[in-house]
Ligand binder design. Structure first.
Ligand SMILES: Cc1ncc(COP(=O)(O)O)c(C=O)c1O
Length: 361
């Protein structure tokens, strides 16, 4: 039996997106592919109303990490230094990427799940000469915290540094105020809030920023400059995940018809409320208050004497896949996402399934 996915991507597909995978076989050097690619690039910009003259969407075949790695390795000049903000696994991953590629970097660390300490970030910006960029995760999926990019963006603007955002688990499901926050570029993926399938990821950047990509490139495969030039000409440097492109095009059309990211955000919030209320009634508490949490995912404290594996297996037998905590949080939390083609009834049944374990009889 296939289970409903309440993990943070890949998501349970709508029938329309699943059927889109069955379209004709297509060569990535043919005109039909060029028009599919162009449509997806336009529609990605359209999600947040970004004008195509100023912004560009670059499509990659890979997972979200490929897009984040492309973002950092392509957009940091060889003389640049990035200040990486860490409050979970994915912020720490950006530091690892910078270190692996020999990119100059400094870190501002927080406990996982902690709110951004803007005073410390400001101090680090002032104290470290030569910082050109700040890199941050928007929705830190490790704990469900939604980082405050409005205030961070204002600090970056005041300091004259560019803001690079890992929006892998927020793009399409949360507000991203590109102009207001001063976002220079962000990385994201098809298979989370956009409800596509795994295999396609993307970076959205200002055209001027892409024109100034690191030369010579740090990576052959993840060179955003090369992708942008090829895609502007209707081509692609490498074979793309054609069927995942079909699915992403269908998913973007579905998002637009449903009312865009704002409607999706409202829907996620409703679904998340069902889970928060239902689990709350069973004595299961969320890690973050709703105001600090994304609507995409919430982490909950594992109830006393309930081991994650037991909870996971119990729920999987009843048709739901949840997600474990990472690192030290593995023994303390579990995570529930409400992305994907889910109904209110699905989440009520999920809560009922949890209650069978916690309140037997
Ligand atoms: C915020 C964030 N960044 C990056 C990633 C990495 O994405 P992937 O596993 O698709 O490489 C994830 C995955 O969950 C994520 O949530």
């Amino acid at each position: 039996m296939s289970a409903l996915l309440l993990n943070p991507g890949p998501v349970t597909l709508s029938e329309r997106v699943r059927q889109a995978l069955l379209q004709p076989d297509l060569c990535h050097r043919e005109a039909e592919f060029a028009s599919l690619q162009a449509r997806i690039r336009d529609d990605l910009l359209g999600v947040y109303g970004l004008p195509a003259g100023i912004w560009s969407a670059v499509l990659l075949t890979g997972s979200g990490t490929a897009a984040v790695e492309a973002l950092l390795t392509s957009l940091l000049p060889r003389t640049g230094t990035v200040l990486v903000i860490e409050n979970g696994v994915y912020g720490e991953r950006m530091t690892r990427i910078a270190a692996l590629h020999g990119i100059g970097h400094v870190r501002v660390t927080h406990p996982w799940g902690g709110a951004l300490d803007l005073a410390r970030i400001e101090q680090a910006l002032e104290a470290t000469p030569g910082i050109t960029h700040v890199a941050v995760v928007h929705h830190e999926t490790t704990t469900g915290r939604l980082n405050d990019l409005a205030r961070l963006g204002a600090l970056c603007r005041a300091g004259g540094v560019r803001l690079l955002v890992d929006a892998v688990s927020s793009f399409g499901g949360e507000l991203i105020d590109f102009a207001g926050w001063g976002v220079s570029a962000c990385a994201a993926t098809a298979n989370k809030c956009l409800h596509g399938v795994p295999g396609t990821a993307f970076v959205i950047a200002e055209r001027a920023v892409l024109d100034a990509c690191c030369e010579p490139a740090r990576s052959l495969y993840l060179d955003l400059g090369a992708y942008a030039r090829a895609q502007d000409g209707g081509g692609t440097p490498f074979t793309q995940s054609v069927h995942a492109f079909y699915a992403l095009a269908a998913a973007l059309a579905e998002l637009a018809q449903e009312g865009g990211w704002q409607a999706r955000r409202r829907r996620y919030a409703e679904l998340q409320q069902i889970v928060r209320d239902g689990l709350g009634a069973l004595g299961v508490t969320p890690l973050h208050a709703a105001a600090e949490s994304s609507v995409v995912l919430s982490a909950y404290a594992l109830p006393p004497a309930i081991d994650y594996r037991l909870l996971h297996d119990h729920l999987k037998e009843r048709g739901f896949v949840i997600y474990a905590g990472q690192g030290d949080l593995a023994a303390r939390i579990f995570r529930v996402s409400t992305m994907g083609a889910l109904t209110d009834g699905d989440l009520h049944r999920f809560v009922d399934a949890v209650s069978v374990l916690l309140k037997p009889g």
